[in-house]
Design a protein around this ligand. Structure first.
Ligand code: F6P
Length: 323
């Protein structure tokens, strides 16, 4: 394999640039040529790619976002879209791809390789949600939880100043990992996540108990995909039953997706990028490269996309016990 490509796909995540840099520099160090594909599968179909050199990735390790940009392509879901993508790869003589993204990215890669087995794709987990099976942490998660933690710390100051109850919504459509760790790190009173059924009676019991025991400022961290609704919906339900509470809501939203990656993030992203290229050049394909207990682990796309990483029940217990 002489020529490879790299792209970022799905929701962007801080650390993706560090990973792109590592992919490009490792490939060049091993005597290979690298192309950067803009906007993931969408850019591939539209032949939006360019040759990357060592200097193309100078000064990006500290940047959030992704210099290759990202997209969720609907065209790639169709056979004609994938055919176009294959033709572009053939035209450029590209035989291998490092795909940085989440489970949608890997599902697409799997289907593509079944149809075009002469193209090898290796995946790198890039999503702030940390919901991929086969890695302890995904690229973007550490930065996102630190961003959420800092924002919640700020809100705690004003919550305490006014004796207010805050519902703070963090990202995670299907996963509560951001909510859980940011709740523990900020000493939140409660956390509501999609993986656990929300018991409104229990939540209200706890908040009322606090209220009557001189703890009037409380923080409830809500994952956006919680079964009881987002922060505003849950706040409405609580207000209807407890009009005495002075309630405010904050949705942190996309602020969690940007910003300078943390040190842990940059190191993880660089390692996964380097190992991804090595694996691809060694003939590995159709796997996601992850880090489990600090060791590099390859998980077949099929498994990485079928299973979700499980929430550690000890973390839930910590929120309840330490609040
Ligand atoms: O998958 C990452 C994620 O940030 C989710 O947590 C969130 O629900 C979603 O992306 C938001 O996607 P978009 O940027 O398309 O609104």
């Amino acid at each position: 394999m002489q020529r490879i490509a790299v792209f970022t796909s799905g929701g962007d995540a801080p650390g993706m640039n560090a990973c792109i840099r590592a992919v490009v520099r490792t490939a060049i160090a091993l005597g290979k040529e690298v192309y950067g594909i803009r906007r993931g599968y969408a850019g591939l179909i539209e032949e939006d790619l360019f040759r990357m050199e060592k200097h193309t990735v100078s000064n990006i390790i500290q940047l959030g976002g992704t210099i290759l940009q990202s997209a969720r392509s609907t065209e790639f879901l169709k056979p004609e879209g994938r055919r176009k993508a294959y033709e572009v790869l053939k035209k450029y003589g590209i035989e291998g791809i490092v795909a940085i993204g989440g489970d949608g990215t890997f599902r697409g890669a799997r289907v593509f390789m079944e149809e075009y087995p002469d193209i090898a794709i290796v995946g790198i987990p890039g999503t702030i949600d940390n919901d991929l099976y086969g890695t302890d942490f995904t690229i973007g998660y550490d930065t996102a939880i630190n961003t959420a933690m800092n924002a919640i710390d700020n809100i705690k100051d004003t919550a305490n100043a006014h004796n207010r109850l805050f519902f703070i919504e963090v990202m995670g459509r299907d996963a509560g990992f951001i909510a859980l760790r940011s709740a523990i790190a900020t000493g939140a009173e409660a956390v509501l996540i999609p993986e656990e059924k929300t018991d409104m009676d229990e939540l209200i019991r706890m908040l009322e108990y606090n209220y009557h025991h001189k703890k009037r400022a409380s923080i409830v961290v809500v994952a956006e995909g919680d079964d009881a609704g987002g922060a505003f919906q849950i706040a409405d339900q609580v207000k209807a039953r407890c009009p005495q509470f002075d309630i405010r809501c904050t949705v942190l939203g996309h602020v969690q997706r940007g910003g300078r990656p943390t040190c842990m993030e940059r190191v993880l992203a660089s390692r996964l990028g380097m190992e991804g290229v090595r694996a691809l050049l060694a003939g590995t394909k159709s796997v996601m490269v992850g880090e489990v207990h600090r060791q590099i682990v390859f998980t077949p796309f099929e498994q990485a996309t079928k299973h979700h990483q499980k929430i550690n029940p000890v973390l839930i217990e910590m929120v309840e016990l330490l609040a």
